[in-house]
Design a protein around this ligand. Structure first.
Ligand code: NAD
Length: 327
């Protein structure tokens, strides 16, 4: 079997080599994304694999089908870059990656603690030998009400993590998860915004969740309420969030994701002019923490992503089922 693996990162190579040997594969590895121009690299292959920066739109999928390729894996969880209707029509089998929710859940709790202990300005001070305490007084999670929006795999794991901290847990979702109901109380989204000291977003990006954090929901928040977003940048109306920070209507925000992060996050942009003005502006605030979409990035998760990416292609070519095929 021969596969073309797009968007290969250095940290994936060792695992790819192990799988190549295990399944006796021929692999073409490239750091480029899959698009109409790069599709020809996969000529003669039985399958292709990408990360999330390849646009698997109808044109690209058509091109794959013309080349006789009917197996495609995306080595990440999100599937908003794949035209699944086109894939079904063209009979291209598609899989995504499945990995444990705990990497993102642990990272979420880390961001919460960094916010409430004012770790960003403390870190700045350390670097210039300023060991003063003024302005760094924090709060304890135990006394807080924490709200989780989206109680799927990650949201529920965050609630499990937080259950050890002794805080009160509220949650909201369009469908109830029994484990989340055991750990916290289901309330409406508006109640999350009005009652919680800390709010964390864990829904996918859908029409119903786009700009879930907006002028109206922000106005419901407590003046020292804080937000964490480890899900998708587009869940927040960043203009409204920026105004809330500027006018000190909320206590702080931590974001591992940002609207229009593509082309910036996961790249070294040190000598570039940043194209995302909101990102560059918000970064300055002591109570705004931003990280480069890395909550998922653990050794365990990368191993699972590469394994799902290769094993699903092997299964598809052999006409077998695979547990993370997208129906
Ligand atoms: P999941 O599908 O297990 O859970 C999502 C939950 O959101 C579901 O319970 C669903 O019912 C709920 N939901 C959908 N619409 C809703 C709405 N309108 N209001 C309230 N709840 C709603 O997904 P997951 O594995 O927990 O991942 C959640 C999101 O985290 C992903 O979609 C992805 O965008 C993001 N993510 C980010 C990273 C990162 O590195 N920062 C890594 C993995 C996933």
């Amino acid at each position: 079997m021969k596969f073309c693996i797009y968007e290969v990162r250095e940290d994936e190579r060792q695992m790819l080599e192990r799988l190549r040997q295990k399944y006796d594969l021929e692999l073409i590895l490239t750091s480029q994304p899959l698009n109409l121009e790069t599709a020809s690299l996969a000529a003669g292959c039985d399958g292709v694999s990408t990360l999330g920066h390849s646009q698997l739109n109808r044109d690209v999928l058509n091109k794959l089908a013309e080349m006789g390729i009917h197996a495609c894996s995306s080595r990440c969880i999100g599937i908003n870059h794949i035209d699944m209707d086109a894939a079904r029509e063209l009979k291209i089998r598609i899989s995504n990656a499945c990995y444990s929710p705990y990497g993102v859940a642990d990272y979420t709790v880390m961001l919460m603690l960094m916010l409430i202990r004012r770790y960003k300005p403390a870190l700045w001070r350390q670097q210039v030998n300023d060991y003063s305490l003024g302005g760094l007084m924090g709060r304890e999670l135990r006394g807080m009400t924490v709200g989780i929006i989206g109680t799927g795999r990650i949201g529920c794991a965050v609630m499990q993590n937080l259950s050890g901290f002794g805080c009160k847990l509220l949650c909201s979702d369009v469908r109830e998860n029994p484990e989340a109901a055991r750990l916290g109380e289901y309330v409406t989204v508006d109640e999350i915004f009005s009652r919680c000291d800390m709010i964390s977003l864990h829904t996918p990006l859908l029409d119903s969740t786009r700009y879930l954090v907006n002028e109206r929901t922000l106005s419901l928040m407590k003046p020292d309420g804080m937000l964490v977003n480890c899900a998708r940048g587009e869940l927040m109306d960043i203009q409204a969030v920026t105004r809330a920070i500027e006018n000190q209507k909320i206590g702080g925000v931590a974001m591992d994701v940002f609207e229009k992060e593509d082309g910036i996050y996961h790249h070294d942009c040190r000598t570039d002019i940043l194209k995302n003005r909101d990102m560059a502006y918000l970064r300055q605030f002591p109570n705004v923490i931003m990280t480069q979409h890395m909550a998922f990035y653990t050794m365990e998760a990368v191993d699972s992503m590469v394994t799902c990416g290769i094993e699903s292609l092997v299964a598809f070519v052999q006409g077998k089922e695979y547990f993370c095929e997208i129906a």
